[in-house]
Design a protein around this ligand. Sequence first.
Ligand SMILES: NC(=O)c1ccc[n+]([C@@H]2O[C@H](COP(=O)([O-])OP(=O)(O)OC[C@H]3O[C@@H](n4cnc5c(N)ncnc54)[C@H](O)[C@@H]3O)[C@@H](O)[C@H]2O)c1
Length: 326
Amino acid sequence: MKILVTGGAGFIGSHFVRQLLTDAYPAFEGAEVTVLDRLTYSGNRANLDPVAGSRRLRFLTGDICDPAAADEATAGRELVVHFAAESHVDRSIASAEPFVRANLVGTQVLLDAALRHRVSRFVHVSTDEVYGSIDIGSWREDQPVAPRSPYSASKAGSDLLALSYHHTHGLPALVTRCSNNYGPYQYPEKVIPLFITNLLDGRPVPLYGDGGNVRDWLHVDDHCTGIALAAQRGQPGELYHIGGGVELTNKELTGHLLDACGAGWDMVRHVDDRKGHDRRYSLDTTKACSELGYRPRTAFPDGLAATVRWYHDHRRWWEPLRSLTQ
Ligand SMILES: NC(=O)c1ccc[n+]([C@@H]2O[C@H](COP(=O)([O-])OP(=O)(O)OC[C@H]3O[C@@H](n4cnc5c(N)ncnc54)[C@H](O)[C@@H]3O)[C@@H](O)[C@H]2O)c1
């Protein structure tokens, strides 16, 4: 099987590529993997170091918004797994333009290339944030989108584009929406690696608002397994939710991180809330569980402890990145 992974030098995409090239997914054993990545601030070739010697890996540095790059990367591919995106909400509040460009225009260019090259499956990776905020209960896949940040609006638009290419052109595209990921190789601007790297350096951590915002936490390995299942068994034109089943307020998450890093609450600084901060996200994952055989397998305390260990052991990976985010 010949697979294109966009954004394969980022946090989640690189995990998926490392898993593919170590044959972690039986359905894709022996797959040849092309990565198309623009290497923005969050893309890092070093994320693929563990598989850099694989003869089954081809790396193309390029922009999904560039039709020639999208065309070259897609030609001859059977499966496209589309991770490439601008992914950090705070950055989208500072400037929405890169989000509209990469997430909306980039997805349209890639969909056109996939259509031209008649790929047999297109998996578009998205987020629970497209639904807005929910006080009680959980969203099912038939819930209308109601995004509230420029990031989530650009992702919602890209999801609808992917589904429209299925309905209009018959492109075998499907969409996965997941909750908050954590694990190794995550750029240290996101809350878990930011807090861990600050605490490893003896620096305080910033807690937004009252700390009451609720997120569901999903280990990146479970997410990528869910994506592989969707690529293998999902139906074109459908949406699938991939969650971790671990709902925590930001304050509870902070408590876990302080414990895991051996620090106390004196290391926490309360900062003004994020503009338009969604209060709670929650996905109903019944459909992925029953139709794809998906189950999150990583127990949160184990996944978090392993993540802390990874950052502890990989200073050389994150220290240069940290200096860019200060
Ligand atoms: N991290 C999460 O918790 C989370 C949650 C829900 C959904 N997602 C989605 O998963 C996907 C991957 O997220 P991530 O956390 O790995 O993000 P990331 O920021 O770590 O990686 C994004 C990758 O895309 C590349 N990229 C960006 N713009 C590009 C362009 N125009 N052309 C080619 N490559 C480009 C970057 O260089 C980088 O390698 C995104 O689509 C994101 O919206 C992430």
